[in-house]
Design a protein around this ligand. Structure first.
Ligand SMILES: *Cc1c(COP(=O)(O)O)cnc(C)c1O
Length: 400
């Protein structure tokens, strides 16, 4: 059984002293080209690797789906940032999640947060359930609800915090205790927070999953995912096996781009968090806004918990407009700088009517808009929202 207790927060490139996250983001897994001396590491596009005369592998690599030096470098870097022991990169966040679900013995039981990314919930219902695995969805922000949902055969608890799109906060340390007491592994989707703001392994989680498509990629131009583990054990070997045999391997060029992006992740996420906090404060002052969901606001029900388990509150802000879907869509129609699009974590700010994106099965409130805050100047973003809200104002019922 995996245990979070032995995972230490700042394990690094080998056994050297501890480095801070900013330094790891640049140096972990990054080595100059051995043959050329190129400071920027080369991209290994080769699908196949040469053998010696005796048939042995010269550098341990055989075929690129199984392993690849560019992918290895990225995995080393992401594992170091999360304080993990090993990592497995995939061609999407969804493939990374599927690798985690596949490692659960068929016939077992999975407890998943109701509020998890809608694609993950669909994966459980439409794919994993067909393997004979039982699934229970719970409000994971309530530890008692998770405790009640645990069964003798529960093998995995899956949480996401902050959650999407309601930005609910789940107590990672409490959930690790509940999972381990029940003989289950705790996996935490850390896509919204990034390792810069939150390190679930240090709080007791066994696995961390990211859609690297989002903040880690950071430029809205790569689809990818990763699973990072606290213990490089038999359980993680099943995830590795799924990576090699399941075939959802990331392309070397994508791995290289991701590693380049990681170098600026600490700067980006801090700037995005700062701007998001200012935008959340602005929204609370607008009368067309019924509620603003941002864990950095003191009125947010998860604020104290977020302050204790995160180093910042992130770049995602959701808000509910007074009215319904029509009023919310009127606001999105009026923006000029924000881009109307799904996804998150890029350098450009996005606005999205979440219920429309998720489709008929969506649990998102019809009047909810989700913002992914980019790196534009905060004043320009606020001015854009202000004029979009002003333009929509006539049609929106005002507070009495
Ligand atoms: C986007 C997302 C995923 C799915 O990742 P893909 O890279 O789109 O497959 C999983 N979890 C969260 C929180 C996400 O935002």
């Amino acid at each position: 059984m995996l245990s979070g207790a032995t995972c230490d927060n700042r394990r690094v490139m080998g056994s050297e002293p501890s480095y801070s996250l900013e330094t790891l983001a640049i140096h972990a897994g990054r080595r100059p080209g051995a043959e050329s001396g190129a400071v920027t590491p080369p991209i290994h596009l080769s699908t196949t690797y040469v053998r010696a005369a005796d048939g042995s592998l010269l550098h341990g690599h055989n075929y690129s789906r199984e392993s690849n030096p560019t992918r290895d470098a990225l995995e080393t870097c992401l594992s170091a940032l999360e304080g993990g022991r090993a990592a497995a990169a995939f061609s999407s966040g969804s493939a990374a999640a599927l690798a985690v679900f596949n490692a659960v013995e068929p016939g077992g039981h999975i407890v998943c947060s109701k509020d998890a990314y809608h694609g993950i919930v669909r994966q459980l219902r439409e794919i994993v359930a067909r393997w004979g695995t039982a699934i229970t969805l719970v409000d994971a922000s309530d530890p008692d609800a998770v405790r009640t949902a645990m069964r003798k055969d529960t093998r995995l608890v899956w949480i996401e915090t902050p959650s999407n799109p309601l930005l609910k906060i789940t107590d990672i340390a409490a959930l690790a205790d509940i999972s381990h007491a029940g003989g289950a592994v705790l996996a935490c989707d850390n896509t919204f927070a990034t390792p810069i703001l939150q390190q679930p392994l240090a709080l007791g989680a066994d696995l961390v999953v990211h859609s690297t498509t989002k903040y880690i990629g950071g430029h809205s131009d790569i689809v990818g995912g990763v699973v990072i583990t606290c213990e490089d054990d038999e359980h993680f070997a099943r995830i590795r096996h799924f990576q090699a045999i399941g075939g959802a391997a990331p392309a070397p060029f994508d791995c290289w781009l991701l590693q380049r992006s990681v170098a600026t992740l600490p700067c980006r996420i801090r700037a995005q968090s700062e701007t998001a906090a200012a935008i959340a404060r602005f929204l609370t002052q607008r009368r067309e806004v019924e509620s603003t969901l941002y864990p950095g606001l003191e009125i947010h029900p998860g604020h104290a918990l977020a302050a204790s388990q995160m180093k910042g509150f992130g770049g995602m802000v959701s808000f509910c407009i007074r009215g319904g879907a029509a009023e919310a869509l009127r606001v999105t129609a009026g923006v000029r700088l924000f881009t109307r699009a799904t996804s998150l974590g890029g350098i450009e700010s996005l606005i999205e009517h979440r219920a429309s994106s998720e489709g008929p099965q969506s649990r998102a409130p019809l009047n909810l808009l989700r913002l992914s805050i980019g790196l534009e100047h905060v004043d320009d973003l606020i001015a854009d929202l202000e004029s979009a809200l002003d333009a929509a104002l006539q049609r929106i019922p005002t507070k009495t």
